[in-house]
Design a protein around this ligand. Structure first.
Ligand code: SF4
Ligand code: SF4
Length: 72
């Protein structure tokens, strides 16, 4: 599944995870000041966001979201 935001209520909206993510998966909801996972299918499970979140509320599972293979 890749990234999961847990305990969203503890998110301070600092934006560190947005900067950390090399794949542009995470966005900041400017109104609510909360991080949101916008493009989970692009998550590469690199753990950068999990490592860098100062509130320790991001959890990354080792399994990537699998795309359904297209039939040719
Ligand atoms: S695990 Fe890596 S690719 Fe996935 S959201 Fe976090 S920083 Fe981005
Ligand atoms: S780094 Fe953590 S606290 Fe900061 S915006 Fe991302 S999820 Fe929220």
């Amino acid at each position: 599944m890749g990234i999961r935001l847990i305990q969203e209520e503890l998110c301070t909206g600092c934006g560190v995870c947005v900067i950390s993510c090399p794949m542009d998966v995470i966005k900041l909801d400017e109104e609510r000041r909360k991080a949101i996972v916008q493009y989970i299918r692009d998550c590469q499970c690199c753990y950068m966001c999990e490592r860098d979140c100062p509130e320790d509320i991001i959890y990354v599972t080792p399994d990537r979201e699998r795309r359904i293979p297209l039939a040719w």
